[in-house]
Design a binder for this molecule. Structure first.
Ligand code: TRP
Length: 465
């Protein structure tokens, strides 16, 4: 078993450093950009409830499993699966699936982060000041259609991501998250505070939309989306938490650190809704604006506020921060794998993998432009950008999560699993419960969702379409 001497692998400088880095990975565009618009499209309250259920029943146990696997093996995903399965088994392929998912996700994630960079520039030039609410949407649509501009920001963001990962676990990742995460939290609280005082009862309507369940607004697809999103927002299913767990000391309580990360992530998602929706309702708009929601709604608020320039600037800088602390975790998985597998230096691995991901993301940068791979949309029914997001969030992550749960619950030797769990004395039931959920509950739920997606359950007449 590959149990490295503790000295040969870098570790986090402190427990808080790990929490902030893991929360930094989890909290990102998924919370601030994606959650509000996906919840908007799925009708609000009931979707939020289902999503919370997915987080508790599936997300938390799989997060614990990933951290456990990383801490037990002290390896990146491929090596972790190899360490606890028979020689020659195909389990390490799950690790490769994760690396592929990280590669794909970061390639379009960086393009979205690029939109935020563009808005930083627009804020700096006080661009929103003289615009009417109905003109905000146009700015976003123009940006989305301008491939060259997207490409430029995509390049810049990937350069920033690579430079953090280059600087290493403690000096790069941990240090960056320590500064950016508290700042992010502060600004969100400030903006939610502003939203409370918006005219036309915007905040109350937002509260109602986010928390009151309405059965009639939910579609069957929503359940699938809720599960897919819980993987995405918690950075699960591809070995991110596994890799970060491989730098975690053995004393930390698995349940405690996982709970802290999950709670922080959920809190920020809900706060993001209470920041975005009040603006929409207050201007009499619906929160169904799709992927442009955050970029179309908040500038309306900023344009009207005294000091809007500063607030707008702070907001988009922090969206960039949130995206950056997530992007580095995606790149770290790919980079660490190449380091562990090929024996490359961190420098070489980060530069080469970063460049490859940048190149792969170029079609995503041109998704709304039509000059590059314009035929993609007519061939596959969605553009390149949406296809990658769909593939990764809806298929690769749930599949990866399912296999991680099965591997940790059934394949990994009991002794290694128990040792890495490290249940405090007198809490043996915690470990028993954890293994039960990993073996039965989490895989069953994910499997049902996957089967439903490929239409097997409909065939059997178990569920309608
Ligand atoms: N969780 C991040 C977000 O919400 C994105 C992310 C980072 C991610 N690492 C991941 C998603 C790994 C899936 C898997 O924005």
């Amino acid at each position: 078993m590959a149990d490295h001497p503790e000295g040969s692998r870098p570790l986090w400088g402190s427990r808080l450093g790990f929490i902030l880095a893991a929360a930094g990975s989890a909290i990102g565009l998924g919370n601030i950009w994606k959650f509000p618009y996906v919840t908007g499209e799925n009708g609000g309250g009931l979707f939020v409830l289902i999503y919370l259920g997915c987080v508790v029943l599936v997300g938390l146990p799989i997060m614990m499993a990933e951290i456990l696997l990383g801490r037990a093996s002290r390896q990146s995903p491929v090596g972790a699966f190899a360490a606890f399965s028979r020689p020659g088994s195909s389990w390490p392929l799950v690790g490769w699936l994760g690396v592929a998912a990280g590669f794909v996700i970061l390639s379009y994630y960086s393009v979205v982060a690029g939109w935020a960079l563009h808005y930083v520039l627009l804020s700096l030039t006080d661009h929103f000041r003289h615009l009417q609410p109905d003109q905000m949407g146009g700015i976003f649509d123009t940006l989305y259609g301008a491939g060259d501009i997207n490409l430029f920001w995509h390049l810049l963001f990937m350069l920033a991501t690579v430079s953090v990962v280059l600087a290493g676990v403690q000096g790069g990742i941990e240090k960056t998250c320590r500064v950016m995460m508290p700042a992010l939290f502060l600004i969100i609280m400030l903006l939610v505070g502003y939203s409370v005082f918006l005219p036309n009862g915007g905040f109350l309507k937002a509260l109602d939309f986010t928390f009151t369940p309405h059965l009639e607004r939910l579609s069957r697809r929503s359940v699938l989306e809720a599960l897919g999103h819980s993987f995405f927002t918690l950075s699960l299913g591809m070995g991110t938490m596994l890799t970060y767990g491989s730098y975690l000391d053995r004393q930390a309580s698995l349940l405690k650190v996982s709970l802290q990360v999950v709670l922080l992530d959920t809190l920020i998602s809900l706060l993001a809704c209470l920041m975005v929706y009040p603006v929409m309702f207050s201007f009499g708009l619906a929160p169904q604006a799709g992927p442009g929601l955050v970029f179309k709604s908040l500038p309306m608020l900023f344009a009207q506020l005294p000091g809007g320039l500063l607030i707008s600037l702070a907001f988009f800088v922090l969206v960039v921060f949130a995206a950056l602390t997530s992007a580095i975790s995606l790149l770290e998985v790919v980079t660490a794998t190449v380091m562990d597998r090929a024996g490359w230096s961190r420098r070489r691995a980060a530069l080469v993998t970063g460049a490859a991901i940048f190149a792969f993301g170029i079609p995503a940068a041109y998704a709304g432009d039509g000059r590059l791979l314009g035929a993609w949309a007519s061939m596959f029914g969605m553009n390149f950008f949406d296809t990658m997001d769909y593939l990764a969030s809806n298929w690769m992550l749930p599949l990866g999560g399912l296999l991680i749960a099965v591997f940790t619950g059934w394949v990994m030797p009991e002794s290694a699993r128990r040792a890495a769990f490290g249940a405090p004395a007198g809490q043996a039931w915690l470990y028993t419960g954890f293994v039960f959920v990993l073996r039965w509950l989490a895989p069953t739920l994910v499997l049902l969702v996957l089967l439903h997606k490929i239409g097997v359950l409909q065939e059997l007449g178990v569920m309608g379409s």
